[in-house]
Design a protein around this ligand. Structure first.
Ligand SMILES: [Zn+2]
Ligand SMILES: [Zn+2]
Length: 265
């Protein structure tokens, strides 16, 4: 299922992301590689590698943007929650199912309501404007791949700036000013994006290892945890494939299906 939200903040962030990616590609090829490595195979090599990383970045980003993050379906018939309104009913059952009064439905353990998406999302981590979508059970893998490729391309871009100035330290004057200006902007862009994704990436890894989403952490909401190895915790997010396949933005079969999506009424 393809989803896309008409949230102005999210759409602005997406456009900004693609402008930043296109700009980095333009500077790396036009102002760094062509002037200093045009007659070397290294030039072609760097163009291919850098664009492959950007391609994977865009694919994982598109998948994170357009994938269903784990929307809890609405019931086909109205469910009467009048007991809940009067406070006569427990809000959390022993098996962890809860009721969302906004969606007026039962939802499985670890699902939370997102105010931007206006729906409950399975294993919701947070709503991320950079992907204009929630980060949830079904798209967290793509989100983390996106962070990874942004980090790698930022490092690569900084390395290309350094290489280009080492290989060609004194270009003719009018070229030098333009090259210097683009190099400074690209390095600032890379450092900002690189530090940003590193911080979010570290949070994501620690939330996977602690088996606790950002929403659960903020709400100090425990859930029934099973003894799982670190590998199993990562498999819940990245699937059962070989760890090398975890970097491929390919179709995702979620592992965690402890709670089948069915209504208990
Ligand atoms: Zn809800
Ligand atoms: Zn959301």
């Amino acid at each position: 299922m393809v989803v896309f939200r008409s949230d102005p903040c999210g759409i602005t962030c997406i456009i900004f992301t693609y402008i930043a990616v296109l700009y980095a590609d333009y500077v790396v090829i036009r102002h760094l590689i062509i002037p200093s490595m045009a007659y070397s195979l290294w030039g072609a090599f760097h163009v291919v590698v850098f664009n492959t990383i950007l391609f994977l970045l865009i694919i994982s980003h598109l998948r994170a943007v357009l994938s269903d993050p784990g929307i809890v379906p609405l019931p086909t018939a109205n469910i009467d929650f009048s007991d809940m309104h009067s406070g006569n009913c427990i809000s959390k059952s022993s098996d962890g199912w809860t009721v969302c009064m906004k969606c007026e439905t039962y939802r499985p353990p670890r699902a939370h309501h997102c105010r931007v998406c206006r729906r409950c999302i399975r294993r919701m981590d947070h709503h991320c404007p950079w992907i204009n979508n929630c980060v949830g059970e079904y798209n967290q893998k793509f989100f983390m791949q996106f962070l990874f490729y942004v980090g790698v391309s930022s490092l690569y871009a900084v390395a290309m700036v350094i290489t280009a100035w080492v290989l060609d330290p004194a270009p003719v004057e009018n070229v030098r000013h333009i090259k210097l200006l683009h190099s400074i902007i690209l390095v600032i862009e890379s450092i900002l994006f690189g530090l940003f994704v590193m911080a979010i990436g570290c949070d994501q890894v620690s939330s996977i290892l602690n088996d606790e989403t950002a929403v659960e952490h903020v709400k100090r909401e425990g859930h029934r945890r099973y003894a799982k190895t670190k590998f199993a915790l990562f498999q819940e997010v990245f699937g059962r494939g070989h760890p090398l396949a975890w970097l491929c933005p390919v179709q995702f079969q979620p592992v965690s299906m402890e709670t089948p999506l069915q209504y208990r009424v």
